[in-house]
Design a protein around this ligand. Structure first.
Ligand code: 13P
Length: 249
């Protein structure tokens, strides 16, 4: 069985104080006796205060990005080892905003994925198609390519030990969610691509997940949880979404 997971991507929002406040609230109210794991991904500069706030709780912390290189003259970058040193267990790799706005290619994403695993972090590989690609019926092909780009430098077994998040670009921050059927179609295809080893791989859906649409998405057989953006910035909403995942267990 794949592990169920609820993750909050805070993107570039908040102050050190607001980040610590949300994290503190989650740490106080969340326990994973239900076997659902919770992770928050704050901006790099808030990692220390968030890691402190969730210390000793069942809430894990991750970075939103990492550098593909180990160390050296890479001004402004943050390495996988640095994230691990800050208490991160996870890291987002290849978020569509990184791909679209910061020029990350499938090749860079694959290098980052490998760097994350080498440092002992669990990568959360983000994949998904644009609106135009969906309209041109290229969704399954694009997602399959994004996944196979990573299986070149890492073994399929290593990919299966990671988390994969399907986030259709047109559903991110738009309020427009994929229907449960659309999401399941892609999750089912990803699971099939991973083969036998992928039975235990956690597959998340992301894109305008909120307390009203979570239950139907989480009811799909190949969706093991959510990667939540906007709604994860409010502890009540995020906990509500997490509760809906527990109820699917
Ligand atoms: P929203 O939930 O705000 O649409 O963001 C989704 C996302 O990009 C999570 O990584």
């Amino acid at each position: 069985m794949a592990k169920s997971l609820i993750a909050g991507n805070w993107k570039m929002h908040g102050t050190a104080a607001s980040a610590a406040a949300i994290a503190g609230e989650l740490a106080k109210r969340w326990n994973n006796q239900n076997s659902v794991e919770m992770i928050v991904f704050p901006p790099f500069v808030h990692l220390t205060s968030v890691a402190e706030a969730v210390g000793g709780s069942d809430v894990a912390v991750g970075g939103q990005n990492l550098c593909q290189f180990e160390s050296g003259a890479y001004t402004g970058e943050v390495s996988a080892a640095m994230l691990a040193d800050m208490g991160c267990q996870y890291v987002l790799v290849g978020h569509s905003e990184r791909r679209a706005l910061f020029g990350e290619t499938n090749e860079t994403v694959a290098e980052k994925f490998k760097a994350a695993q080498q440092a002992g972090l669990i990568p959360v590989l983000c994949v998904g198609e644009s609106l135009q690609q969906r309209q041109q019926k290229q969704t399954l092909e694009i997602v399959a390519q994004q996944i196979s780009a990573v299986t070149e430098p890492v073994a399929l077994q290593d990919l299966c030990r990671a988390v994969i998040a399907y986030e259709p670009v047109w559903a991110i921050g738009t309020g427009e969610t994929a229907t449960p059927e659309q999401a399941q179609e892609v999750h089912g295809a990803i699971r099939a691509q991973l083969g036998d080893a992928g039975r235990e791989t956690t597959l998340l859906y992301g894109g305008s997940v909120n307390p009203s649409n979570a239950v139907e998405l989480f009811a799909q057989p190949d969706i093991n949880g959510g990667l939540v953006g906007g709604a994860s910035l409010k502890a009540d909403d995020f906990l509500n979404i997490a509760q809906q995942l527990i109820e699917q267990e």
